[in-house]
Ligand binder design. Structure first.
Ligand code: EPZ
Length: 421
């Protein structure tokens, strides 16, 4: 297994090109299942999760041509409707094939994703929504078997769905299912993340009729078929946020290019509160670190509030900044595993239920640490960039799932990171 060896103490200086968003690319790749026509995507990030998603789509019979950051898909010959456990367990977003397969082919058999390091992450809202649209769903031996055989024209029926909890994946699954359903579907209490808006905009380019993207009420008028489409995936706001925190922590100056600052507000606000200087232009954000950072109070919540995917990164900032602060995680029940590893580097963190009290002003010391999940890995990289001496991060396959060429991008900014395998 690969590991990263990071020598701390180098302020980051320079410009970084932010890649396409993993969490927009995954549902948009999967949305190709809804169409018989070609879907030509640009700005697709080269990540392990993208490879896994392409493997799954290929297994279903989608023809996929993936070169650099472009991906051409055509799903006119899908002949297999089973998403097996070995693929779903490595990438939970595989559950998103459920809605499109049901909508297009009237059947799907998808492994329940099961839990993951950060929480149980059930998919009950996805399933309840599809049942309200008329699907017959049986859960047996860890698999979801779904069918529309008992419906008129074997088509899902549009209806009003109130989602008990704000769920990104649930909103995406049901929005895609509704695109080919008969009649109108209203998703109430929908998630508003920019990645959902990106998926919706791609679906609209394909010919879907969708209103209310970015609000908590999305209305979808079902259509009978979709057309050939080209689409450019939005930027990855979590990757951008990670580099912004790195600039603040190392006392450097980093310009993140290819971003939309308007979709970064909650992150930018917290970087500013830490004492770093932030300047925005139309498609870039520059951050100038400050020797005396202040720790910041974080409460994660659905967009437009502070994103849970940036919580671990700010915990790394808080432990080296001035002052005591608290980080409250409201989305997932077990997303503080990076804390134990940061403590091994010299951080002082007290965990009380879903709140971490961070004591600042710690001098971190490089040592061996272990990545436990994608964003925890990012937090350990950030800590290592400012720690005294060398840090070895094990199990960085977690990192490779969600960051494209991370060590190359950091080294181009002056970091000293080596990958050992
Ligand atoms: C998406 O996960 C992202 N993944 C996550 O990013 C992100 O942390 C999360 O949204 C929240 O923003 C992708 O987009 C591929 P949810 P998702 O459904 O869709 C509960 C990363 O690091 N829930 O919004 O799985 C659930 O348990 C990853 O890139 C139900 O109870 O998240 C959680 O507590 C990590 N029942 C909360 O809702 C359901 O049916 C939010 O989950 C669905 C969700």
């Amino acid at each position: 297994m690969d590991k990263l060896v990071i020598e701390g103490g180098f302020p980051l200086e320079g410009e970084v090109c932010i890649s396409g968003a993993k969490n927009a690319a995954l549902p948009i790749l999967i949305s190709s299942l809804l169409s018989d026509e070609a879907v030509n995507l640009q700005n697709v990030p080269n990540l392990q999760d993208i490879e896994t998603c392409i493997d799954l789509l290929s297994e279903l019979g989608v023809s996929v041509n993936h070169q650099d950051n472009a991906c051409f898909l055509k799903a006119n010959d899908v002949n297999n409707f089973d998403a097996p456990y070995d693929l779903v367990k490595t990438m939970r977003a595989s559950i998103l094939v459920l809605g499109p397969l049901l909508a297009k082919h009237g059947e799907a058999k998808v492994s329940l994703p099961g839990g993951c390091a950060i929480g149980s992450r059930p998919v009950d809202i996805h399933i309840k929504g599809l049942e309200l649209m008329g699907a017959k769903i049986i859960i047996d031996k860890g698999y979801i078997s779904a069918s529309t055989a008992n419906l008129p024209n074997k088509k899902l029926q549009g209806c009003r769905i109130f989602m008990d909890q704000v769920t990104v994946g649930g909103t995406e699954n049901l929005m895609m299912a509704a695109v080919l359903a008969e009649g109108i579907t209203i998703l109430e209490n929908a998630a508003k993340e920019p990645e959902i808006v990106d998926l919706g905009n791609c679906l609209i380019k394909m010919g879907a009729i969708i209103e209310g993207l970015g609000t908590d009420k999305i209305k979808i008028q079902g259509v009978s078929s979709l057309k050939e489409t080209s689409y450019k995936i939005m930027f990855d706001r979590i990757e951008a946020g990670t580099f912004m925190v790195a600039a603040a922590m190392t006392g450097g100056h980093v310009i993140c290019n290819n971003v939309n600052p308007e979709e970064m507000e909650s992150i930018t606000q917290k970087v500013k509160e830490s004492g770093a200087k932030v300047e925005v232009s139309e498609n870039s954000i520059s951050v100038t670190g400050n020797k005396k950072l202040e720790s910041v109070k974080i409460i994660t919540a659905p967009y437009p509030a502070f994103p849970t995917d940036m919580q671990a990164q700010f915990m790394a900032l808080n432990v080296v900044a001035e002052g005591v602060s608290e980080i409250t995680e409201t989305i997932f029940e077990n997303r503080f595993m990076h804390a134990q590893e940061l403590i091994r580097m010299g951080a002082e963190i007290d965990i009380k239920q879903n709140t971490a009290i961070t004591k600042g002003n710690n001098i971190l010391t490089g040592t061996n640490v272990m990545a436990t999940d994608l964003r925890a890995s990012a937090s350990l990289v950030l800590a290592a960039l400012v720690a005294n001496g060398k840090t070895t991060i094990e199990r960085i396959y977690h990192l490779d799932r969600g960051y494209e060429k991370l060590e190359a991008k950091f080294n181009a900014l002056g970091a000293n990171i080596k990958r050992l395998n």
